[in-house]
Ligand binder design. Structure first.
Ligand code: PEP
Length: 251
């Protein structure tokens, strides 16, 4: 039985005061989240304060990106060892905003996936098609290409303890959610393509849905058999909404 994971992606949002009240709100209600895993992936600069606040609670924390390099002359970058220093458990890699706005390629994302695993953290590998790709009927080819880049670099076993987030690009931050069936179809496809290589990995890998998941639509999406949680952007910034989603993931 896979343990669902709800992860908040705060993106470039937050402030010292705002984070404190958001985390206070989440922690006040987290006791009702009995079975799902919960995490928040926050801007680098807030990781120390978030770590201090969440230490000893059932909420894990992580980053939204990482460098492929271990250390040295890479101005502005953050290494995996620095995230480990602050006990980050998760790192989002290949978010569509990084692929689109910062030119991250499948190969670079696969390298990031590998360094995160090598450092003992869990990568959340984001994959998903644009609206144009969906309309062209190539959704499956796109997600297969993105996942195969990781498999080619690190082997299918590298996905065993990872998390995949299926995030249709047209649904991210747009308020347009994939229907439960649309999402389920792609999740089932991902699992079936992995099963051709390794049935155990396919059965065990956590596949989150991301893309305008919110307090209203979470229960329906999370009821689908291959949807194992969610990567939540906008709705993770309101404690009440985030908690509603986390509770909907209780199984
Ligand atoms: C995301 O940032 O991964 C995301 C899914 O955002 P939103 O929930 O706002 O669509």
């Amino acid at each position: 039985m896979r343990k669902p994971l709800i992860a908040g992606n705060w993106k470039m949002n937050g402030s010292v005061a705002g984070n404190k009240s958001l985390l206070d709100g989440i922690l006040a209600g987290i006791g009702a989240v009995k079975t799902a895993g919960v995490a928040v992936c926050v801007p680098y600069i807030y990781i120390p304060e978030v770590a201090a606040r969440l230490q000893g609670t059932s909420v894990a924390w992580g980053a939204q990106n990482v460098s492929t390099e271990a250390k040295g002359a890479f101005t502005g970058e953050i290494a995996t060892s620095m995230l480990v220093d602050f006990h980050c458990q998760y790192v989002i890699v290949g978010h569509s905003e990084r692929r689109t706005l910062y030119g991250e390629t499948d190969t670079l994302v696969a390298t990031k996936y590998g360094v995160v695993r090598a450092a003992g953290m869990t990568p959340i590998l984001c994959v998903g098609e644009t609206l144009q790709e969906r309309e062209q009927g190539i959704t499956e080819q796109v997600v297969a290409r993105q996942i195969n880049a990781v498999i080619q670099a690190h082997g299918v076993a590298s996905l065993a303890k990872g998390v995949i987030a299926y995030e249709p690009v047209w649904a991210i931050g747009t308020g347009k959610t994939a229907s439960p069936q649309q999402a389920q179809d792609v999740h089932a496809y991902i699992r079936s393509m992995l099963a051709k290589q390794d049935k155990t990995v396919a059965e065990g890998v956590v596949i989150q849905y991301g893309g305008s998941m919110n307090a209203q639509n979470a229960a329906e999406l999370l009821a689908m058999p291959d949807i194992d949680g969610g990567l939540i952007g906008g709705a993770s910034l309101k404690a009440e909404d985030f908690l509603t989603i986390c509770k909907a993931a209780n199984r």
